[in-house]
Design a protein around this ligand. Structure first.
Ligand SMILES: O=C([O-])CC(=O)C(=O)O
Ligand SMILES: [Mg+2]
Length: 214
């Protein structure tokens, strides 16, 4: 950890399996809306959790963290477990009065190869995180800082934006929102996406051709 604090009240799960980079990159090639369509609208997080770094897409393997409301000790401890390609999914019980993530944590994320952060709560230092190029999604923004006392968990399933998020599930986020794809359903989802995209492209091509004629 980069802070001087005891973290023995943060429960850390045993290591978990992560999807391959190929599987994650496969999903990342499609918009969340299209992935949601082929998954029959299952797995979409609450629309109240917004992209705060417009234009930055997020894709990776979920590293779930449960914080104590308004407290970010578990995030600092969780980053010690992060592997390149992970996305931090921070369950903050939707409490928005205190920011639990900011520019310093964003720098630590980048040092660990973390691909993005989703917080069911509030964040701060938006200018800094946008400049760093780290995709950040959250329910709110507030300049009010957190406590650093715990307790919390790292690597256990959490509820974030009304979705169950298991360690090693895939997550994709863009300006439209966020979708979680359970680890054992990534391949079947990937198999459905090309046909759905072709169907949409065919409609758009027809519209473009008609526009040209008129
Ligand atoms: O104070 C905190 O822990 C949150 C924050 O602003 C940062 O990470 O820069
Ligand atoms: Mg800060």
């Amino acid at each position: 950890m980069y802070i001087d604090a005891a973290a023995d009240n943060i429960r850390v799960s045993r290591p978990w399996a992560r999807p391959t980079a190929d599987l994650v990159n496969g999903l990342a090639a499609y918009p969340t809306a299209l992935i949601g369509d082929v998954r029959r609208r299952m797995g979409l997080m609450s629309s109240e959790i917004r992209c705060l770094t417009p234009g930055l897409r997020l894709a990776g393997s979920i590293l779930p963290i449960q914080i104590w409301e308004g407290d970010n000790l578990a995030i600092h401890r969780g980053l010690d477990e992060a592997q390149p390609g992970d996305v931090l999914v921070v369950a903050g019980n939707s409490v928005t009065g205190r920011s639990v993530f900011g520019g310093i944590l964003a720098e630590i994320c980048l040092a660990h190869g973390v691909k993005g952060v989703i917080v069911d709560g509030a964040v701060r230092d938006l200018e800094e995180t946008a400049r760093l190029g780290l995709p950040v999604f959250a329910r709110a923004v507030s300049p009010a800082g957190p406590s650093k006392n715990g307790p919390g968990t790292v690597g256990a399933p959490v509820a974030c934006g009304n979705m169950v998020c298991n360690p090693g599930d895939a997550v994709i986020g863009d300006d439209d929102g966020i979708i979680v794809v359970p680890a054992d359903e990534v391949e079947e989802t990937l198999a459905l996406l090309p046909a759905q995209q072709q169907a949409e492209t065919a409609i758009l091509n027809r519209l473009a051709a008609e526009r040209k004629q008129s």
